[in-house]
Design a binder for this molecule. Structure first.
Ligand code: TYC
Length: 117
């Protein structure tokens, strides 16, 4: 004899938004899931930072492969700025700090910034 779905004897209780709200259980009454906003990390061109340094930074800090890193570096070189990656704010800001630290250690003027997507 099959038991009634959601009936006595346990199993998944029936979805009743009103009862779920009372019990404080997360329910399907939520209208939208909130996803954290994303931020672009921009790199800016300058006349002094070596191309190879920017490529290696795109590989090491932003996880790009050699080919994509080279393409992004050239796009920045030709267009003035470019997107190195897109992250939640705290990660984006950490990447910017790493870029500035690595560039300053080498005496390069490379600048990075964060912009809301
Ligand atoms: N313009 C630099 C050069 O000719 C290369 C460069 C590319 C610098 C990208 C910064 O974000 C940058 N050596």
């Amino acid at each position: 004899m099959a038991s009634e779905p959601g009936g006595p004897g346990g199993g998944t209780p029936p979805l009743d938004p009103e009862r779920e709200r009372e019990s404080g259980v997360a329910t399907k009454t939520r209208k939208q899931v909130s996803r954290p906003p994303r931020f672009k990390v921009l790199l800016y061109n300058d006349d002094y930072t070596p191309m190879e340094f920017v490529v290696s930074l795109l590989e090491q800090v932003f996880g790009k492969g050699p080919s994509e890193a080279t393409q992004i570096m050239l796009a920045i070189h030709r267009g003035g700025h470019g997107v190195a990656g897109v992250y939640v704010l705290e990660v984006a800001e950490t990447k910017v700090a790493r870029v500035h630290k690595l560039a300053e250690e080498r005496g390069y003027p490379l600048r990075a910034g964060v912009e809301k997507e």
